[in-house]
Design a protein around this ligand. Structure first.
Ligand code: MG
Length: 191
């Protein structure tokens, strides 16, 4: 979802919250239009928990092995934030991983196909994330290429990216990370 669409969705949600217009369609219309093949929020959360459940044990082992400037990389939309289900809200199982990392000296880096870092940083902070860096896609760059470049640059900056958490195949193309944790995108439906 583009930042502009995201803002429109957020404004619609705000309007629905402050305007007491009681019509059956109000709550549903405040969210993005339903996508075919995308399950209920609860099913998505169950799938997210399955995907990131092994992340803290992995990080715990990895921290125990030692290493300099350990870091995790998180995708933003439909990974760190519940962009489709609840725009701007934290995806809590992922935030738990980020907070564990932060509390144990592991940097929390965000790599996104968005092209604006300032609004992303504000949304992530509002959602309660520790944020050590946000790397965005350049205009004209493909999503996969932009994310690969970001991880390469972060590695050149001295980080060792041990866990890479995302929900699209483009979050994992290229290297510069040790282990992937793949959340569902339901055949490319969730950005
Ligand atoms: Mg995503």
């Amino acid at each position: 979802m583009s930042v502009r669409k995201f803002r429109i969705a957020a404004l619609a949600a705000l309007a629905a919250a402050v305007l007491p217009i009681a019509s059956p369609g109000t709550a549903a219309s405040a969210q993005a239009a339903p996508l075919r093949g995308v399950p209920s929020y609860q099913t998505w959360q169950d799938d997210v928990k399955k995907a990131v459940g092994p992340a803290i044990p992995w990080l715990s082992d990895r921290v125990g092995q030692g290493g300099r400037n350990l870091a995790i990389v998180l995708d933003i939309d439909n990974t760190a934030l519940e962009t489709y289900y609840h725009p701007g809200q934290a995806d809590k199982p992922v935030r738990d991983v980020a907070r564990w990392a932060h509390d144990h000296g592991v940097s929390v880096l965000f790599v996104t196909a968005r092209t604006s870092s300032s609004s992303a940083e504000r949304q992530l902070a509002d959602a309660g994330y520790p944020v050590d860096a946000v790397c965005t896609r350049d205009h004209g760059e493909s999503k996969g290429d932009g994310k690969e470049r970001c991880r390469q640059e972060l590695t050149e900056d001295g980080y060792t990216i041990t866990a890479n958490i995302g929900n699209r195949s483009t979050d994992f193309e290229g290297g510069s990370y040790e282990k992937a944790f793949k959340l569902p995108d339901y055949d490319g439906q969730l950005s």
